[in-house]
Every structure is written in structure tokens, then in C-alpha cells.
Design a protein around this ligand. Sequence first.
Ligand SMILES: NC(=O)c1ccc[n+]([C@@H]2O[C@H](COP(=O)([O-])OP(=O)(O)OC[C@H]3O[C@@H](n4cnc5c(N)ncnc54)[C@H](O)[C@@H]3O)[C@@H](O)[C@H]2O)c1
Length: 262
Amino acid sequence: MGGIFIGRLEGKVAIITGAASGMGLAGAQLFAKEGAKVVATDVVVEKLERNVNEIIENGGDVTALQLDVSKPESWSDVIDKTIRKYGKIDVLVNNAGIHIAKGILEAELDDWNKVMAINTTGVWLGMKAVIPHMQKNGGGSIINTSSIAAIVGGIGDGHGAAYSASKGAVRSLTKHAAQWFGENNIRVNSVHPGAIFTGMAEAVGIKTQENMGSHYNGKAALRPYAGESMDIANAYLYLASDESKYVTGLELIVDGGWTTRS
Ligand SMILES: NC(=O)c1ccc[n+]([C@@H]2O[C@H](COP(=O)([O-])OP(=O)(O)OC[C@H]3O[C@@H](n4cnc5c(N)ncnc54)[C@H](O)[C@@H]3O)[C@@H](O)[C@H]2O)c1
């Protein structure tokens, strides 16, 4: 006879962006396992549905919805469907993001605008869309995915100027929102991953976590010098759950010690 399992997110409704792959997908898997009703969203639909079906087959309560985080009308659609199906929103994980590996001198205005539209404007639009529902609901938890690129320079050998700027904006926007919506019991925190083996790494030809880590030996302190998606999903879980009920405006760094080096 097994004991009674009460998940850490039992009864909570959580929207996750960028959930077709990487950290967003790991978050959807973990949140479902911990008892949340999960609205897993991504701009890429086919891969999202395939991965969500697998979570449902394992007993999770998950709904897949298409969402382009840079479009306000796309947010309205997802929020309407979520409220119709689940009646409330407790958690938003603004995880979707892109990286364009161009420095200040190489980037074109279109590159810059595209990165900012998804990584920064998308986070603002998400908060704007869910906060009124959280206010009605008596509170909530918003988790914004930033990066260690918001904290130190030199990430990606000088490439990714817009990426660093976009993630720096997420860091400060998070602290702004934490201050302004604390009185509504809405907590807003940012997560700052270091090098993590995900779809983003695979897209540039890196095939394994160890393979990725070998680039970062001498930067991260912990072996294998790169993390995995579940390391970040566990940070999302802590911030989504009531275990972090007195935590807001935090920047939770999950980087194997990279940013602690002088
Ligand atoms: N992988 C790393 O080393 C690393 C390090 C620091 C921060 N991050 C951040 O972590 C987050 C997750 O990244 P990941 O590594 O899991 O990458 P990933 O590429 O595996 O996943 C990102 C997801 O976002 C989706 N997406 C892209 N544009 C979108 C849009 N307009 N609307 C909705 N979804 C969109 C993609 O389809 C993809 O499924 C990102 O914000 C990224 O910047 C990653």
C-alpha cells in the first residue's frame, strides 16, 4: 500500500511558455507530476502537442495551446481558454526565449528587435495578461527566465548583444513588478540559468551535456560544467510552490557556480 501523495503544486493552474522544448518542457513535466493543471504553450505547435501527449499518457493534466509571446492577441486567446477550462491562473512561467549570436557590431536592427520582442516584450505582455486574474484570485507566482548574461558580460564569447540586453531588462522588470504587486500577494522572481544543455544548445550543433560542458570547464565550478533542463525546472518548482511564499524579487542563479568566479 502506497502512502498519500500530495504534490507540491496540487490545485494550482500554471501557464508555461516555450514548453515544446528544453527547460519549458521539463517544467511542464515536473509541474504535472507535482499535481498542477498545466497550460503548456509554444509558438511551435506540432512538437508541443507531441510532448504534451506524452505527459498526458503519464497521467498529467496538461493542455497544449499555441502562443507567440510577442503578440498581445495571442496572449488574450491563451488567457481566455485557460480561464474557460480551469477558472483561474496561479502561476506563469515566462520561459520562452531566443538567442541570436551576434555582437554589437554584427547585429542588424531586425536581429535586435526580434530578440527584444520575444525575450523582453514577451515577458511584459505575459505579466500584463495574467496579473489582473491573479489580483482577482488573491495572489499568484510569476517566474521570469533571465540568464547569467543579465549579470555578467562575456557570455558566448562576446556574441549575443541583444540577448544580454533583453535578459538584463527581464531582471529589472521582475524587480519592478515584485515591488508593485506585492500588496496583491503576487510574487515575481527571475531565474538565471548558466550553460544548460537544451534545444537552444542542440540548435548550434552541441550533441550532449558533457559535450556542452567541455566548452565551460574553467567557467562553471560543478561538473560536468553544464546543467540540464531539470535543474532549471526544479528552480521553477520552488518558486511556483508555496514553499517560496515569502520570496519575491529574487534572482535565483542556477549556473554551477559560474558567476561566483572573480
Ligand atoms: N540553454 C541555456 O544555456 C540558457 C541559458 C540561460 C538562459 N536560457 C533561457 O532559458 C529559456 C529556455 O531556453 P531553452 O534553453 O530551454 O531553449 P529551447 O530553445 O530549448 O526552448 C525555447 C522554446 O521557446 C520557444 N519560442 C521561441 N520563440 C517563441 C515565441 N515567440 N513564442 C513562444 N515560444 C517561443 C521555442 O519554440 C522553444 O520551444 C530561454 O528564455 C533562454 O533564453 C537558456
